[in-house]
Design a protein around this ligand. Structure first.
Ligand code: GTP
Ligand code: MG
Length: 373
């Protein structure tokens, strides 16, 4: 894929912010093995209903994409089905948005049956409204006003199939969810004697969540320097004191403008987050945007109704900021976040003892306030 990226900025979304977002979009293109040829950024107080950008800009995009031999034009924001259609008519090349990219990445990475179902659900939910636009376009070629052309019928059949499949997937996911609950119960029951503390590891994609799980529990998981390496949750245990056993769960990474279809379809997986006693919020402090990322992750936690849980900020990748564990201890980053935090390097294993100590202390508090456990 050779792509031209498109974004807008205005008084609400500053130019720098829009550029930053385009840089991330470039990362998404890269995650799909594509290249970004460049970007077009337009100042617009609000998106044009027909073309998202101005009609003139759309024409310009056509010329740019022809001149650069781009094979796709990718918008950084959600496009309505009719915007996609109008843009494709002018530009003459496939027009995608951020949601398309994220869903595509997810679908390539999904390995477990559950992840595959979740991605399929997201994809179909995303596709359904677009079919309405397509159907109308197709029927215009066939029948006249008021009649149902062949295009319309075709689209109608496809819509019905999709709705049926969505229903099936939801049922299957419900089954998976039940099984997961059952396993969780069994795991909890078999662990007698110790208190079980459930800790969910969350954070922006590529922050180092899986690396941290590996460092804390020895569990081998796939880690990679790419967006959305992890799609399945993985739980692994560690006994951190004679009385306390911790179940650490690694989760899928978050990202800005995460398509709502994906949040919705990954809710079963993210249930581990809503079930957790404590949240470890992993942050890559070597990335200048770390505070901004914290904000995004918090927003998504709010959507999951998990924003009231006790949090420990795990300020990771300190080894990229300073040269030694001793220097890392003096980093000021903790002062910028509210509440508990610890600077670590999951890769170099810096600060892990301090982190475990914090988990232990907080765990004792949590476990004593809920005596029914
Ligand atoms: N230098 C350094 N690199 C790290 C550290 N922790 C993780 N990384 C690297 O950062 C990249 C992402 O790490 P992952 O553990 O896969 O990150 P993640 O948060 O699980 O990412 P997703 O599953 O994609 O959301 C990998 O290349 C890791 O080797 C760290 O403490 N220091
Ligand atoms: Mg991961």
């Amino acid at each position: 894929m050779r792509a031209i990226l498109v974004g807008i900025w205005n008084k609400d979304i500053h130019k720098e912010e829009a550029k930053e977002s385009l840089r991330e979009l470039k990362g998404l293109v890269k995650a799909l093995g594509g290249v970004s040829l460049g970007y077009v950024l337009q100042k617009r107080s609000k998106p044009d209903t027909k073309y998202f950008i101005g009609a003139g800009k759309a024409q310009e995009l056509k010329e740019i994409s022809q001149g650069t031999k781009a094979d796709a034009v990718i918008f950084d924001d959600f496009l309505t089905p009719s915007q996609v259609k109008s843009l494709e008519e002018i530009i003459g090349k496939p027009v995608l948005d951020r949601t398309d990219l994220v869903i595509e990445i997810f679908s390539r990475r999904a390995k477990s049956k559950e992840a595959k179902l979740q991605v399929e659900l997201a994809r179909l939910t995303h596709e359904l409204p677009r079919l309405y636009g397509k159907g109308r376009a197709m029927s215009r070629l066939g029948g006249g006003v008021g009649t149902r052309g062949p295009g319309e019928q075709e689209a109608e059949i496809r819509r019905r199939l999709i709705k049926k499949r969505i229903y099936q997937i939801k049922e299957e996911l419900e089954e998976v969810k039940k099984m997961r609950r059952h396993q969780r119960k069994r795991r909890e029951r078999s662990d007698t004697g110790e208190n079980i503390l459930k800790v969910a590891i969350v954070g922006y994609t590529n922050a180092g969540k899986s690396t941290l799980l590996k460092a804390l529990t020895g569990r081998e998981t796939f880690t990679a320097d790419m967006l959305f390496a992890t799609l399945d949750t993985k739980t692994s245990a560690r006994i951190i004191s004679p009385e306390m056993k911790v179940l650490f769960t690694d989760t899928v990474g978050f990202i800005k403008k995460l398509p709502p279809e994906l949040i919705e379809s990954f809710k079963a997986t993210l249930e581990e987050v809503t079930e957790a006693d404590i949240i470890l919020h992993v942050v890559d402090i070597s990335d200048d945007r770390w505070l901004d990322y914290i904000h995004t992750v918090r927003e998504i936690l709010r959507e999951l109704a998990a924003d009231d849980k006790p949090v420990i900020y795990v300020l990771n990748k300190a080894d990229r900021v300073v040269d030694s564990e001793e220097e890392a201890r003096h980093l000021p980053h903790g002062a910028f976040v509210e509440g508990r935090s610890v600077v670590v390097s999951a890769e170099k294993r810096w600060g892990l003892e301090e982190l475990l100590e914090k988990v232990r202390t907080l765990g004792e508090e949590v476990l004593t306030v809920s005596p029914e456990r």
